[in-house]
Design a protein around this ligand. Structure first.
Ligand SMILES: [Mg+2]
Length: 224
């Protein structure tokens, strides 16, 4: 009996080269609200849920962040990100990897902590038909990463058991979410996190970028 498996991809830093644009867009938004935070501290939080992001921010800056501030930050980030969006390119091998999976008849989906309003910019950069596979965004689940809801919803949309899914992501939040739902976590270095911290968060394998993953695809369930 063959057990159906699937690849569940994070988007930013995993398929598209957009992590630093997100960081700079958040920096702009925070500056506009008078919140001082170093760029590297923002980078460490990219990929986690926006709500947790601002909660951690509140802890680190000691500032009280109201719902109003939260909403303004979200809007300012979106505006800045759309402006920077023209620079965003797919990561090396991203389009080829998805095409390879499609040709091999292996199911895949995208699960991102971003909202559709920002994800749309990235998916456009990827140059693939967004109707050909499920895309689960922040808008569709109650909790984003490091909660596993996004990946569970993506596996459900494909009709594949989450335990038979391979979660591919660039951040420790992806790997923690994968561990929590008993999926296999595969880390990519293309978002700026290091090999050790991805492994500490549960990655069973770590590759450089989508091209490197495609090159080693037979190690992680890529048999035709
Ligand atoms: Mg990411």
């Amino acid at each position: 009996m063959r057990i159906e498996h699937a690849f569940l991809f994070d988007l930013d830093g995993t398929l598209v080269d957009s992590v630093y644009q997100h960081v700079l867009a958040w920096k702009e938004a925070l500056d506009a609200e008078g919140i001082e935070l170093s760029i590297w501290r923002i980078h460490r939080k990219i990929g986690m849920s926006g709500g947790l992001f601002t909660n951690q921010l509140l802890r680190e800056t000691g500032m009280a962040i109201t719902d109003d501030t939260n909403e303004r930050l979200r809007r300012l980030h979106l505006e800045a990100y759309r402006r920077l969006g023209a620079q965003i390119r797919p990561l090396p091998g991203a389009s080829e990897l998805l095409q390879w999976l499609k040709d091999a008849g292996i199911l895949f989906a995208i699960a991102t902590s971003g909202r559709m309003e920002t994800a749309a910019v990235n998916i456009a950069a990827l140059g693939i038909d967004p109707n050909a596979f499920p895309i689960i965004t922040r808008d569709k689940v109650k909790y984003a990463k490091p909660d596993p809801d996004l990946f569970i919803a993506a596996a459900e949309a494909l009709g594949v058991a989450i335990e038979n899914s391979i979660v591919v992501g660039d951040s420790i939040w992806d790997m923690l979410a994968a561990t929590r739902c008993k999926a296999l976590g595969v880390g990519l270095l293309s978002g700026g996190y290091g090999r050790e911290e991805l492994k500490d968060a549960g990655a069973i394998r770590v590759y450089e970028d989508p091209a490197d993953l495609l090159y080693h695809i037979d190690e992680v369930g890529g048999r035709r």
